[in-house]
Structure formats: C-alpha cells, structure tokens
Design a protein around this ligand. Sequence first.
Ligand code: AMP
Ligand code: MN
Ligand code: MN
Ligand code: MN
Length: 284
Amino acid sequence: MHSHTTCSDGTLTPAELVMRAEVKNIDVLSITDHDCIDAIEPSIEYIKQNQLKLNLVSGVEISTQWHGFEIHILGYAIELKDPKLQDFLSKQRVKRIDRAKRIGEKLAKKGMADVYPLAMKLASGRIISRTHFAQALVDLGHVPSFDQAFRKYLAKGKGAYVSAEWATIEQAVEVISQSGGLAVIAHPARYDMTNKWLRKLVFEFSEAGGVGLEVGLSRLNPDHKKFIVSLAKEHGLYSSLGSDFHAPNKWTELGRGISLTEECIPIWTHADWRTIDLSEGQTL
Ligand code: AMP
Ligand code: MN
Ligand code: MN
Ligand code: MN
C-alpha cells in the first residue's frame, strides 16, 4: 500500500512496478508517489493491456510541515480527476522546485555547483526529491554512499538542508478527504520524535479528519509498533501497511515483512475504501 515510481523518487517505471507486484503475487498495490499521481493512469493502462490480476488503489504521499517536523500523509482511494487535488499537488510541485534551487545554492556555496544540474537531470522534469540530490552527490563522487549524502548534507539540520513551506496536515487531510479519499499518517515510527510528540501528532491528525496510521512497516521495532497500534486503538483509527518501496534491493521488497496485529482494523475495511475499476478506469 506504499510504493514509489520514477514519477517521484522510485527507480522503477509505473509499468515495471506493476509487473513486479504481479510477479511477487501482490493482491493489492497502491502507488503513492511524493506529491504526485502521474504514475496511476499509465499503471491502469498497463494492467489492462496485459490483463493482470493485480488490484490497484489510487494513492499519493503528501509532504506536510508540523512543528518543524516533515510529516508524510498518505491519501488512498483519491479521485484522480479532482481539480482541488490536482491544484494542491501542482502547488506542492512548485514548492519542491523552489526548495531544490535553494538546496542547489547551499551545495554550490560548499563548492559543489555540479550537483544541482545533475539532480534536476535525474528527476528529468518529474517530481524533484532529496533522493535525486543524494544520487547526484554519490554519482559525482562527493560522498561515498547515499546514506552519507543524507547524513552529511541533506538530512534535517545538515549543511544543505532547506525547510520547505509544505502544506499543513489539516490542508493535506482536507484535500484528500474532499476528493473522497482516506488520509493515513505514513511511517509514524520514522519521524525521530518522542512518544509524547507522536501522541500529539496522532491526536491532531485525527481531529483534522485523518482516518488511519501506517502500522505495518518492515523492520519496525516491536515496542514502537505496539505503541502505534495503541494510538490507533485509542483514536479509533484504521491501520494500513506498506513497504515504502522505492527500488529493488536486498532490504526492501514489495509486500515483504509487513503485517498488522489482531487489534488493528484494516484500512481496507473502511466504507470509503475503493480499488480502481479496471474495466472502466474509474474508481468504483
Ligand atoms: P523529499 O520528499 O524530497 O524531502 O525526500 C525525502 C525522501 O528521501 C524520502 O522519501 C526517502 O525516499 C529519502 N530519504 C530520506 N531520508 C533518507 C535517508 N536518511 N537515507 C536514504 N534516503 C532517505
Ligand atoms: Mn521517497
Ligand atoms: Mn515518506
Ligand atoms: Mn514513501
């Protein structure tokens, strides 16, 4: 329920991702590119043309800002043609381009003026992400690894970090909900915040109309998972699961090592959950 393509910072094209899901016997796939829904139409086409048995749920992963944290909000079963959603995503895209320029300037001041043009080329007109900067830093030999690119330059508080003026959580939840979709907090365990902050985040998200938490993630600390499940229970929130798949590698695979616990109410039991009707290409 959480995957990326070349439309944002994944390495597989929509067709390649869909084919991989089919080969890995995935029943339901949601493509959730960062601030972008461009991969979904071509995926629908590919599934139809190849008569795959895979079910698709429309999705997106929206970047928001909240008390200095960057919180990612997943939207499922969104209406792709919704004008407010499209307008919202095009604004996020502009913010990304603006942030990319500022990251480029910071790197140039450090003597790495070559990174920005390569990062833009790697993104090739699609959604620009810090992942593209990390790749460019590695390819140009400025850092030995992707991880080092984040640790040294791109992570929050580091030399080339730029905080973007993302939408608020309320705005993201609102635009998802008004398009008929379901808002879910992505990877709640990955925000490097105390449990107290996490509790506040879940409370405010729930108050804003959010309906779920991404409980099932691979390599999640069991105690942390228990806490997140307890928060979902406390607020009557549904649970989702996903691999946050970006690229085939030995650590992540579609659908691998993710599960919900018995106390969870799966998001796919929500009344507004919809898979895309592939006979019509419309959401059912
Ligand atoms: P952005 O949405 O442009 O801020 O980029 C965030 C993306 O960078 C995330 O979705 C991850 O794919 C990737 N990312 C963030 N932190 C790290 C990290 N420490 N190591 C590797 N990739 C990361
Ligand atoms: Mn990403
Ligand atoms: Mn994310
Ligand atoms: Mn993601």
